[in-house]
Write a protein that binds this ligand. Structure first.
Ligand code: SF4
Ligand code: FES
Length: 231
């Protein structure tokens, strides 16, 4: 495969054809934020926080999935890029509970995202907590619809397809098929979705109990009880 040459933030670099803008930028230690992107999954290009400015492109382009082209001139931190990232992070923070998403909170600080500036006009996404199986909790009030759990459950890792998207627009959320409880779904409790979730919307019960201050003995007792009740 031949190489291509592009310019990123004024620096000329040569990368193999097929390299994404994100990978090219990482090669010269440019820091582009990502949320929905996971290095082992197919980029779903949903959150748009990784957008960069490409010369002669009318719109900002997502660095995580856009393949770099020969002669491309890219700016990863221009005022337009920073403003786009700021607004995306403000929107996320104003509608979703991101209290357990430290990486996104760090981005919010980095880009001066201030959800307060939308006042009371913002409606928050609220969902009931799903506690329907012995292994993990699902709290979709913390979900940013990044799709990483669906990819982990599906074609990128596990090929189990227990979860997907339900509803549309503001009400869209991750769910099992016809919203059946997890034990009735095809879930095999591999834990890949929990690992992939960047916001704590999916959480192992043991982690949740440890956070509540249970010691190891209490944890074993609660865990056994749960398994008996839910099996
Ligand atoms: S549950 Fe987590 S991994 Fe799945 S879409 Fe929501 S935030 Fe992303
Ligand atoms: S990280 Fe690129 S669109 Fe989400």
């Amino acid at each position: 495969m031949s190489d291509i040459t592009l310019t990123v933030d004024g620096q000329t670099i040569t990368v193999p054809q097929g390299t994404t803008i994100l990978q090219a930028a990482q090669k010269i230690q440019r820091d582009i934020p990502t949320i929905c992107y996971h290095p082992h999954f197919t980029p779903p290009s949903l959150c748009r926080v990784c957008v960069v400015q490409v010369e002669k492109s009318r719109v900002l382009v997502q660095a995580c999935s856009r393949v770099a082209e020969n002669g491309m001139v890219v700016e990863t931190d221009s005022p337009r890029v920073r403003l786009a990232r700021q607004v995306i992070l403000e929107m996320l923070n104003s509608a979703v509970d991101l209290s357990q998403a430290p990486e996104i909170q760090a981005y919010a600080r980095q880009y001066d995202a201030n959800p307060e500036r939308y006042g009371k006009k913002i409606e928050r996404r609220e969902f009931p907590l799903f506690d329907d199986n012995p292994f993990y909790l699902r709290d979709y009030s913390k979900c940013i619809m990044c799709w990483r759990c669906v990819q982990a459950c599906g074609e990128d890792v596990q090929w189990t397809f227990a979860i997907h998207r339900a509803e549309r627009g503001f009400d869209s959320h991750i769910a099992t098929f016809q919203e059946i409880p997890i034990p009735e779904s095809t879930c095999v409790y591999c834990g890949n979705c929990v690992q992939a979730c960047p916001t704590g919307a999916l959480k192992a019960k043991r982690a949740a109990w440890l956070e509540q201050g249970l010691d190891l003995k209490q944890l074993a007792r609660v865990s056994n009880l749960e398994r008996r009740e839910k099996s």
